[in-house]
Design a protein around this ligand. Structure first.
Ligand SMILES: [Zn+2]
Length: 156
């Protein structure tokens, strides 16, 4: 069985056969003589690789991405709805003697209303998506900070 530990000067991870426990070895990186511990320092087991980090919260990341896609769709639907209102209004006006100015104002209000609602929905969905990512970031930062604090400081 191997023992793994860190150089207390440069932090280099060292893996050595358990038969060397208690003996002095030179750090392969900075050549500091180090006493091989009898037990592995468990530090490395807690370190989560970036690849593993990306696997975590994969569902939340998907939801976040979906929310942002929905946000873009809201804008598209808002614009499409606004255009449909104007076009529909124009079409319905044919053959009637409706007041042009009044009609234009109503069409414009419908267009602005659709754009506002679409934009607001998009903003809220995008914010929700971002919020999820913020929580994931906070969690990852907290973990990284804890690992940093638990890593023995260099003794130089
Ligand atoms: Zn070293």
């Amino acid at each position: 069985m191997d023992i793994s530990f860190r150089c207390n000067k440069c932090g280099q991870n060292i893996v050595i056969d358990a038969a060397s426990a208690g003996q002095l070895v030179d750090c392969p990186k900075c050549r500091t003589p180090l006493e091989v511990p009898y037990k592995s320092k468990s530090l490395d087991k807690r370190v989560i690789s970036p690849a593993k980090m990306r696997e975590r919260y994969i569902a939340l990341r998907w939801i976040s991405a979906s929310l942002k896609v929905a946000a873009v769709l809201c804008i598209v639907v808002g614009i499409a709805g606004g255009v449909a209102c104007v076009v529909g209004g124009e079409l319905s006006r044919y053959g009637t003697s409706a007041d042009n100015t009044e009609h234009a104002v109503v069409s414009l209000m419908a267009l602005v209303g659709c754009l506002l609602v679409g934009g607001l929905c998009a903003l809220l969905l995008w914010a929700a998506g971002d919020l999820i990512m913020v929580f994931i970031d906070i969690e990852e930062n907290t973990r990284a900070l804890r690992e940093l604090m638990e890593t023995p400081l260099s003794t130089t």
